[in-house]
Design a protein around this ligand. Structure first.
Ligand SMILES: NC(=O)c1ccc[n+]([C@@H]2O[C@H](COP(=O)([O-])OP(=O)(O)OC[C@H]3O[C@@H](n4cnc5c(N)ncnc54)[C@H](O)[C@@H]3O)[C@@H](O)[C@H]2O)c1
Length: 379
């Protein structure tokens, strides 16, 4: 298969996590880096041996580039994605897909009108930890999946991220920055959602701003910093999620799935590392293992899929779908449904009632198993 030639817009903090493993994916060839800061694009191009760099306009005028990845901060996602579509190129966008449903609908309409694809990060559901978890559920290791808890909590990113303001501005916050990992991975297990309820809170109006490890002022906090919610899926299963930048540390599970015959604890939903652990229900074992938490006979399960794939697996999967005229697993219907669920959590908190979810999506097809030296297949 002729690789899809890819350009990238936005050469900030996340770039390394894509480029570090991009060369292992034969479906793509990253040929151009663009940024408002052309000098920064040049430095990254030199580091990763990428043949060309320059402005967004230069990238979008290159006929050989078929797909463009949008790695700008969230507030620019919709406008940059629209610019890429207008130039006649497929889009892979970092999360969130958009910051409002209106923006998302406009992008979908534009993509359909142009006959182009958009798929959205997170792609962690394609990684080894999550595909192995999915296979264990589909193969019946926990019986019928009934419920789940999914969490992504920390104290915020102001101590390490060099461009912190977007994280505390509309489009950011744990809801849209971390929530997509939880919701996409839950949708991968349970399929589409029916309704949600949520409560959100904000612990302070400002946060300390740091530069080179020193406090240099304040960040205005414009978004909720703690979200807890419940999702009811069309299958009848239910999930609880917590995402927060108000928790210093926790011993919460990353994602646990509870079935009629057992429990599966997955690795972190945002990374490509770790194996799932499984505890099968045994009718002879009626012990309530409350102390210590996670007591009982948990088994670490061998991976059935590769986990060394990096974030570039999302680009490779979209490239495969382009070459084979198939839907991407992370397509715009999936991204829209995920966004509608997340925004509904905040809406539910404001209204004090459940919010029905109007959109739907396909449950992404599982990837074929692949051992450590096998090629990753998307068919
Ligand atoms: N940093 C991480 O660890 C991480 C992990 C996963 C996902 N993400 C996601 O990746 C995206 C980017 O995050 P980041 O941390 O790399 O941000 P960043 O602020 O470090 O980098 C953003 C880059 O985009 C450029 N940019 C901004 N607007 C632009 C425009 N209109 N045209 C061209 N370039 C523009 C900036 O100059 C900057 O180089 C976000 O959506 C974030 O949610 C980040």
């Amino acid at each position: 298969m002729e690789p899809v030639r890819v350009g990238i817009i936005g050469v900030g903090n996340v770039l390394d996590q894509y480029l570090a493993r991009a060369s292992m994916h034969d479906e793509i060839s990253v040929d151009f880096l663009a940024d408002l800061n052309v000098e920064a694009a040049g430095k990254q191009a030199a580091q990763y041996d990428i043949p060309k760099y320059g402005s967004v306009e230069e990238l979008l005028s290159m006929p050989e580039i078929e797909m463009v990845a949008n790695f700008t901060p969230p507030a620019f996602h919709a406008s940059v994605t629209a610019q890429i579509l207008q130039a006649g190129k497929h889009v892979f966008t970092e999360k969130p897909f958009a910051t409002s449903l209106t923006e998302a609908e406009e992008l979908i309409d534009l993509a359909r009108e142009k006959g182009l694809k958009i798929s959205s990060a997170p792609a962690t559901l394609l990684g080894g930890g999550m595909q192995t978890s999915r296979k264990l559920v589909d193969d019946g290791f926990i019986g019928r999946p009934l419920s789940a808890v999914a969490t992504f909590t920390c104290r915020g990113f102001e101590t390490w991220h060099p461009n912190i303001d977007p994280f505390y501005s509309p489009g950011g916050g744990p809801l849209l920055d971390l929530g997509p990992y939880l919701v996409s991975n839950l949708l991968n297990i349970f399929g589409p959602a029916k309704r949600v309820s949520g409560v959100v809170s904000r612990s302070s109006e400002t946060r300390p701003r740091y530069k080179d490890g020193k406090r240099v002022g304040e960040i205005q906090v414009q978004v909720p910093t703690h979200i807890s919610g419940n999702i009811e899926f069309k299958s009848g299963a239910v999930a609880t999620l917590i995402t927060s930048w108000d928790i210093w540390n926790a011993s919460l599970p990353f994602m646990e799935i509870y079935g009629t015959q057992g429990v599966l604890s997955t690795p972190h939903t945002a990374f490509y590392a770790g194996e799932p652990t499984l505890r099968r229900g045994d009718p002879r074992d009626l012990t309530n293992d409350w102390y210590p938490p996670h007591g009982g006979d948990w088994r670490t399960m061998p991976l059935t899929h590769r986990n060394d794939v990096g974030r570039a697996i999302g680009l490779a999967e979209l490239a495969h779908s382009i070459r084979h005229s198939e839907d991407s697993r992370l397509d715009m219907d999936f991204a829209y449904h995920s966004l509608e669920i997340l925004l509904a959590l905040e809406k539910s908190s404001a209204s004090g009632s459940y919010v029905e979810i109007e959109s739907t999506c396909r449950r992404p097809a599982a990837l074929p198993p692949a051992g450590a030296d096998d090629p990753i297949r998307f068919d």
